[in-house]
Design a protein around this ligand. Structure first.
Ligand code: UDP
Length: 195
């Protein structure tokens, strides 16, 4: 089985290695692909929010983020073997993004956090091409400006760290406007990276 359904949310049966391979395929494809990282909290939220459930199921890859999802999988068909967190997956992609000279945009977290995350990433991945950053507290009116910024940065990858639901909704709404290959929701990852 390629995926299982946990309370109406599709989770793809991928281990960490397979998830990474899929992301790298997306990266070199010709259209935008979305990766979400559903955890138990998100699946519970989807129970009372049909639109959020629909958005989660619209992704190209849903990795099991959290041991709760891995445990639950036992009761919903196929057993998943390991958790794949957004943070770990993002970090595992970095060396490859660096090697392939892909352009990375960091969107989300409080002002200055994404910039600090960029600085710290560049300490580890010296030749990584981080083509832009922007905080995750902008209004609907400012959205077009943010889209333009990402478009003009010619990003191949956008990591979106605006917290669950908000980031998935934003990605769903704007993916076609971005002209990039991989868009991934990564929750509080920039806070971790900036620390
Ligand atoms: N965040 C954001 N815009 C918002 C709300 C939150 O950029 O409107 C950021 C917040 O600064 C934090 C990240 O989203 O860096 C994740 O928040 P949280 O720890 O609540 O993550 P979750 O568990 O909801 O994914």
């Amino acid at each position: 089985k390629d995926s299982i359904n946990i309370l109406g949310v599709r989770i793809d049966c991928v281990n960490f290695k397979k998830a990474k391979e899929k992301c790298l395929e997306f990266l070199n494809s010709s259209s935008p692909h979305i990766v979400f990282t559903p955890n138990v909290e998100m699946i519970m939220l989807a129970q009372k929010d049909e639109r959020f459930k629909k958005i989660l199921n619209s992704s190209d890859l849903n990795v099991p983020d959290g041991i709760g999802v891995v445990w639950a999988s036992k009761y919903f068909g196929e057993k998943l073997y390991e958790r794949v967190t957004g943070f770990d997956l993002m970090m595992a992609l970095m060396p490859e993004l660096e090697r392939q000279q892909k352009r990375v945009f960091l969107l989300g977290a409080k002002p200055s956090v994404a910039e600090k995350a960029k600085e710290n990433l560049l300490k580890i991945f010296k030749n990584l091409s981080i083509c832009g950053t922007h905080h995750g507290y902008f209004s609907q009116e400012e959205n077009e400006k943010v889209i333009e910024l990402i478009k003009s940065s010619k990003a191949d990858v956008v990591f979106v760290a605006m917290g669950m639901k908000k980031q998935e909704e934003w990605i769903y709404k704007n993916k076609k406007k971005l002209n990039c290959k991989l868009i991934m929701g990564v929750g509080g990852s920039f806070d971790v990276l900036s620390g």
